[in-house]
Write a protein of this length. Structure first.
Length: 241
């Protein structure tokens, strides 16, 4: 069964690592959704399209948490090893990125809007779940995309708890590996407010796959982003072992 890992990635790769053999790049590009304000949400594929391990990396879900976008930039320039393909999504909340807010243009926290264990909560605040499950085009587009490509890993970058979240049992082996390579701790992380309708809940329960959130620090340097990208590549190799 294919695996999906949701991870918002922190940094500090401490283990020596030799570059692997490299795959030819892919030119595939998909517009997976259009935001509330009409901005495209784009996934670009790198590495071999038919590689046995496929990873989705989401650089940004909350507009006020831009650090993972730097990791996406480094992955776009990285050498992807044979046997691994990567779908890179710079942001699934371009409206929130433009305004610098956690929520999307309708005031919805996309990480409370996925249709698994969804519960109406937080109206008027930064954790507003939306009026119904998957009410937002960004949520629906991401869910359709993940269901269509069935990746082995989804890494969703967040800030700023500086930890690899291993809340979901099936995710823990990969989460602990990722944390070790980055020099970070791996812990079960609760939500600020109720944990309902999150991306990782949906991936874990609906797709039946691994889902990890990795929280970066509050400030992400270029060096930290580069090390995080190296850890993501290494994770792809580990998944194909």
């Amino acid at each position: 069964m294919r695996r999906v890992i949701a991870a918002a990635v922190a940094v500090t790769l401490v283990t020596a690592w030799a570059p692997p053999a490299m795959a030819a790049p892919s030119d595939e590009r998909r517009v997976i959704a259009t935001s509330v304000e009409g901005r495209p949400i784009v996934a670009r594929h790198y590495g071999a399209p038919d590689a046995p391990v496929q990873i989705v990396v989401i650089g940004q879900m909350h507009g006020s948490e831009p650090g993972g976008r730097k990791v996406i930039e480094d992955l776009e320039a990285a050498d992807i090893p044979d046997g691994v393909g990567m779908w890179l999504v710079t942001s699934m909340n371009p409206d929130g990125h433009r305004s610098g807010t956690r929520v999307n243009a309708r005031g919805v926290d996309l990480n409370r809007n996925f249709p698994q264990d969804w519960k109406r909560s937080g109206r008027g605040g930064i954790f507003w779940s939306g009026g119904r499950a998957a009410s937002e085009p960004e949520t629906r587009g991401m869910a359709r995309f993940l269901a269509s490509v069935q990746p082995d890993a989804v890494l969703s970058f967040h800030q700023a708890y500086d930890v690899v979240d291993i809340s979901h049992p099936r995710s823990r082996p990969a989460g602990r590996q990722l944390a070790r390579w980055m020099g970070e701790r791996a812990e079960v992380v609760g939500c600020s407010g109720p944990c309902h309708g999150t991306l990782t809940q949906w991936v874990d329960r609906v797709l039946g796959s691994v889902a990890i959130t990795v929280e970066m620090d509050d400030r992400v340097s270029r060096a930290e982003a580069r090390r995080a990208a190296e850890a993501v590549v290494r994770l792809g190799e580990w998944l194909g072992r």
